[in-house]
Design a protein. Sequence first.
Length: 233
Amino acid sequence: MTDSTTSGSALVIGASRGLGLALVAEYLDRGWQVTATVRGAARTGLHDLADASGGRLTVEEVDIAVPEQVTALRERIGDRKFDLLFVNAGITQGDVPVGDVTTESFTEVMITNALSPMRVVEAFQDVVPPTGTIGVMSSRQGSVSLNTNGGHEVYRASKSALNQLMRSFAARHADDPRTLLLMCPGWVRTGLGGPGALLSIEESIPAVVDTIGKQAGLGGLHYLDREGQTLPW
């Protein structure tokens, strides 16, 4: 079993900035070997981390909304194995009532937040051994039963779709011993969360990593907040 206090190996998809970048930095601080991805060739904070990592961070390029790039990355990864596969992807088009959302905007959010992460899970599941963990970054806003205030409707719908797709994946792999996680980091001050969010990255990500570690080896699908509390579907 590999938990957050022992070194391991992680493949983090979507780590050029924000929560993904912080996730990689936290795992490096804990002694892990990390492979992480950016979407394009431009230099990012992830490249700076790699330069300072002493060879423990490898940077790969992939746009997970482009299936051919996902396939190409899987081929480059080859037979490498990872204790953790974590997919971090999320965009929002603002707080717009669904009746005012364009088809193009709706499609982009759904492809980025729901379809593309699951394509990665499907394509890369075999890089994670039976004792490993497959996680995706979800949100409390993906909970249908907790939606008592409305707002950010398409973002909410995309995270609910992600949760449903991950649950279907778990159902299709009912005998799989690996741990499957839908993680809610909280409302964090990032480009996505905005400056008015309740939590700093430092208040969110270390707790997220702790929670991921505590689930290692347990198996099953879990929809959790950063403190490890189960969220209602």
